[in-house]
Design a protein around this ligand. Sequence first.
Ligand SMILES: Cc1cc2nc3c(=O)[nH]c(=O)nc-3n(C[C@H](O)[C@H](O)[C@H](O)COP(=O)(O)O)c2cc1C
Length: 198
Amino acid sequence: MSKPRIGIIIGSTRPARFGDKPADWIAAIAARRDDIEIETVDLRDYPLPFFEEDRSPAWGPSKSEVAQRWQKKIAALDGFIVTAAEYNHAPTGVLKNALDYAYNEWVHKPIGFVGYGGVGGARAVEQLRMIAIELQMAPVKNAVHITWGDFVQVMQQGRKLDEFEHLNQAAAATVEDVAWWAKVLKAAREDKAQAKAA
Ligand SMILES: Cc1cc2nc3c(=O)[nH]c(=O)nc-3n(C[C@H](O)[C@H](O)[C@H](O)COP(=O)(O)O)c2cc1C
């Protein structure tokens, strides 16, 4: 089995977004491991329209070229770590839309979160875990929550996320969870595909 490929999805797209900082930081932590491969996936590169397909991607192919390109990218990845901004106590619209624009490509893959904001994006992360279950994913227990005090120091005072040891520890635990599930579920998906082909 080849090494699982983990996508770090930047879950916000506004021009002045904070999302790059947690994405770059956790990508660097994950890249220190030699048992997984890391790729950053920027939703800005997939300008999906608000969902307007005739049916769910669970039930048939999408017409939109961007949606097809997005689904191909998700299919090529074995697990995900998503930066989770919180907009009005919920995940960003752009991230929910991107989740809706694939289905089979998410199934039986793990997903972990790096939340940030007043309460570390906790309310958005909890909602994302529920959405992930509907997509037949495995949302992992560990997560990073960059709460207000740390968030402000990084956003306004020029501090770096890797200066916060509790955040480094949470990031390593989240990566470990996603890597473990990615290996187990990749093997299971490959077994199932082989059995089907036989
Ligand atoms: C529309 C909007 C709603 C927001 N609502 C919340 C919120 O409910 N809770 C929170 O902690 N932060 C909230 N914020 C502040 C965000 O945490 C902060 O702007 C953060 O930088 C957003 O992530 P981004 O920069 O990657 O887009 C909100 C920001 C916006 C733009």
